[in-house]
Write a protein that binds this ligand. Structure first.
Ligand code: NAD
Length: 298
């Protein structure tokens, strides 16, 4: 198996890269944070000096798992970027959650060097990254997808090709819209129950198997009742995703009023210093708005 390049070793990148090593792949890795690189080197990976160096040392596939569009653009096109070390026939698989338009434009720049690109953002947090059970949504050419599918399947329980380059990011944005709005709906409903003197936990038990039931209700309502907002998925990351939702929807004149509203709620939470909490902390927003506590025990 040829060596895989892996750039971006944060909360998600470290366990994803470790799963590839556990599956028998050899890796060459890079991150601006030396401590993160060390974690992978001690697990058997080779150290790369820059994204260009990783591209030069990697075989067919180079994976990136970075915070957002500016970092992915820098890693691909910057002074020591992948573009300066890559060669024809390689594939860049960007698994970060970034703006779809940026994915498409990076894919265009790489194509001029004969390098293919897939966008392959993920759903599922650190725990699923560790277990290798992420949901991976991929955009790009189907023949390129077939070449990297086995590698992706070592990091995810589901690996779905959803369309052309950028379609993976669009799918991820849709996911984030639905999740954020759903959590806000849970918090809004539960705070009404509390204001009316009906115990939210009993409302939850009564409705969870009906049409209002959802993975968000199952995961986030108990957190609100326990006041447990450790991440999870951080508010700061969800705000970043909402920026990408609104930038995308506005650029094509598609209206997304609920997303704009929930983004504002998250911005208010972040403004109070809660940006590192789980996005279930929308419960705190509604507690303040309605003067109630959703907690069962103070
Ligand atoms: P993170 O901030 O923990 O990790 C990002 C890593 O990129 C860091 O190690 C950082 O040092 C590195 N980095 C930043 N700029 C760099 C550069 N120019 N060159 C090399 N390395 C650089 O983020 P994360 O939580 O691992 O998330 C990564 C992506 O996955 C994000 O787009 C996020 O939205 C998405 N995501 C995260 C989660 C989650 O629960 N954390 C879930 C699903 C998707």
């Amino acid at each position: 198996m040829s060596k895989i390049g892996f750039i971006g070793l944060g909360i998600m990148g470290v366990p994803m890269a470790k799963n590839l090593i556990a599956a028998g792949y050899s890796l060459v890795v890079y991150d601006i944070a030396e401590a993160s690189v060390e974690k992978l080197v001690s697990a058997g990976a080779e150290r790369g000096c820059s994204p260009a160096d990783v591209a030069a040392k990697a075989g067919e596939v180079i994976i990136t798992m970075l915070p957002n569009s500016p970092q992915v653009s820098e890693v691909v096109l910057g002074d020591n970027g992948i573009i300066h070390g890559c060669r024809g026939g390689q594939v860049v698989v960007d698994m970060s959650s970034i703006a779809p338009l940026v994915s498409r434009s990076l894919g265009g720049a790489l194509a001029e060097r004969g390098v293919e690109m897939l966008d392959a953002p993920v759903s599922g947090g650190q725990e699923k990254a560790e277990k290798g059970t992420l949901a991976i949504m991929v955009g790009g050419k189907s023949e390129v997808f077939e070449r990297v599918k086995d590698i992706l399947s070592k990091m995810g329980a589901s690996v779905s090709l959803v369309g052309e380059l950028g379609a993976g990011q669009i799918t991820k944005l849709v996911n984030q819209m639905i999740v954020g709005i759903n959590i806000a709906a849970v918090a809004e409903g539960m705070s009404l129950a509390k204001r009316c003197g009906v115990e939210p936990r009993r409302v939850f038990e009564a409705i969870r198997k009906g049409l209002a039931g959802s993975q968000c209700l199952e995961d986030k309502a108990p957190r609100m009742f326990e006041g447990r907002y450790d991440p999870g998925f951080r508010i700061a990351l969800h705000i970043k995703d909402y920026w990408n939702v609104l930038e995308t929807s506005r650029s094509i004149g598609s209206s997304a009023p609920l997303s704009a509203q929930v983004a504002e709620m998250m911005i208010a939470l972040a403004g109070e210093g809660n940006d590192t909490l789980d996005h279930g902390a929308l419960g705190l927003y509604y507690e303040k708005l309605n003067g109630v506590s959703l907690r069962e025990r103070e």
